[in-house]
Design a protein around this ligand. Structure first.
Ligand SMILES: CC(=O)N[C@H]1[C@@H](OP(=O)(O)OP(=O)(O)OC[C@H]2O[C@@H](n3ccc(=O)[nH]c3=O)[C@H](O)[C@@H]2O)O[C@H](CO)[C@@H](O)[C@@H]1O
Ligand SMILES: C=C(OP(=O)(O)O)C(=O)O
Length: 430
């Protein structure tokens, strides 16, 4: 079985951070909105990006890696029919709708995949597309968003009932080429939204207010090419700082935008960690034992739901009880069941985890059930005595490029292993 084997470690050193997955997935769709060359710098080398390149190939979007940058040209794109199987392999395939609706008047796509931690509705995306004049058809393994013959996307005022980064970015893309003005109210303020707005503006879009809860878009007739650098991944940066603290080490995380990490840094400070913060780096100071704290997740700039899992691992070693209240995905606690196999003693109760602290962990077989669950298990494995065997590593591969090499470079004892018998069978049946 493919797995990581992790042993007790102390992380020290310095490390750069790759481009953000959650930005890149939107930017890679937005890059197909112009017929001209779009050059994306800092795109992470992760599974979700490989799937997108596969989708590009299917519909004749040219892409090429050159000097570490991704050159994309959709001048000869064939259609907005995206393979349902491939688009269901990751969550954010829905961005192809926002990107292609104006161009083809019809986008057919598989239902969103991605991490499975309970209900992840898309009705706010649907509401937004409908407000701009589109209709939607639900089929068995895919859905179709379309404009009736002769109809165009027309700008509108859209109020999101919940704050959603996905719907904000999707409707932003569609609105950029809609006729007239669109106003998005109760929009998400995430750095990834701002990153997308920056790139679209470079392509010629007229957008004001990205990063606030009201975004105003004045439609333009067409977009052109551009060069854009993906923002650094704040979730990887945060995970590495937590990992350093949890293992009793000190790591300088470089090439980041420290402001994007303010909520996590504030909570880590409450737990007793200290930091040196530079213009583009953060370094933690060594801490022996964190203090127990209360964390509540929320949309940016609140504490990210994607960082509560590594935070949970750190708090297993705290000097008193901690509590994490999950407001974005109330059932996102599968990592806690796995951490309990290592001896964490976490109790899950009504959208909340209670982490008793002061628990010594012991290596065991555990399963990464989503990207962030995986990173919490690596951290816990480095805190535990003995060997921790982590399966389900394809989840980590969706979001953390070269995760083994990254941790190894900081002194982490982690190795990738695969079962030789299974490997042999693969070779023989190939
Ligand atoms: C690829 C990507 O960028 N994934 C991130 C994105 O997911 P994703 O874009 O799916 O998450 P959203 O920001 O849309 O979701 C935020 C909240 O809104 C709710 N909602 C969302 C859409 C909708 O139509 N209706 C609705 O009720 C969700 O259930 C959730 O409670 O933001 C999540 C929340 O920060 C992160 O965990 C994911 O890593
Ligand atoms: C939930 C996540 O990803 P996705 O939305 O792509 O499933 C994540 O990155 O933690």
């Amino acid at each position: 079985m493919r797995r990581y084997e992790v042993q007790n470690s102390v992380l020290n050193g310095e490390i750069g951070v790759p481009g953000a997955k959650n930005s890149s997935l939107a930017l890679l769709a937005a890059a197909c909105m112009a017929g001209e060359d779009v050059i994306l710098e800092n795109v992470p080398d992760i599974l979700d990006v490989e799937v997108i390149k596969d989708i590009y190939d299917d519909i004749n979007i040219k892409h090429m890696n050159k000097d570490g940058n991704l050159h994309i040209n959709s001048g000869e794109v064939l259609s907005g029919d995206i393979c349902p199987v491939k688009s269901s392999r990751y969550r954010a395939s829905y961005y192809f709708i926002g990107a292609f609706l104006h161009r083809f008047g019809r986008v057919s796509i598989g239902y969103p995949g991605g991490d499975n931690f309970g209900s992840r509705p898309i009705e706010q995306h649907v509401k937004g597309f409908q407000a701009l004049g589109a209709d939607i058809l639900y089929k068995e393994d895919h859905y179709v968003v379309y404009l009736d013959k002769g109809k165009k996307l027309i700008g509108n005022k859209i109020y999101f009932d919940v704050i959603t980064s996905g719907a904000t970015m999707n409707i932003l893309m569609a609105a950029v080429l809609a006729e007239g003005r669109t106003i998005l109210k109760n929009a998400a303020r995430d750095p990834e939204v701002v990153d997308l707005a920056m790139m679209l503006s470079r392509m010629g879009a007229k957008i004001k207010g990205a990063g606030t809860d009201t975004i105003v878009i004045d439609g333009v007739e067409k977009l052109g090419g551009c060069t854009h650098r993906v923002i650094p991944d704040r979730l990887i940066a945060g995970s590495l700082l937590i990992a350093a603290g949890a293992t009793g080490g000190s790591v300088k995380v470089k090439d980041i935008i420290p402001e994007h990490l303010m909520s996590i840094i504030s909570k880590l400070e409450e737990a007793g960690m200290e930091f040196e913060i530079g213009e583009d780096y953060i370094r933690n100071k060594v801490i022996n034992q964190p203090m127990g704290i209360k964390v509540t997740t929320g949309m940016y700039p609140s504490f990210a739901t994607d960082l509560q899992q590594p935070m949970t691992a750190l708090l297993i070693n705290a000097n008193s009880d901690s509590q994490i209240t999950e407001k974005i995905y109330p059932n996102r606690f599968r990592h806690c069941h796995e951490l309990n196999k290592l001896g964490a003693g976490i109790i899950i109760k009504e959208g909340r985890s209670i982490i008793p602290g002061k628990h010594n962990l012991k290596g065991e077989w555990v399963e990464a059930t989503d990207i962030r669950a995986g990173i919490s298990l690596i951290i816990a494995g480095m805190m535990a005595e003995g060997t921790t065997y982590i399966t389900g590593i394809e989840h980590l591969e969706r979001g953390y490029p070269d995760v083994v090499e990254v941790f190894q470079s900081l002194g982490g004892k982690i190795e990738y292993k695969e079962n030789l018998i299974e490997k042999q069978c693969e070779i023989e049946t190939a």
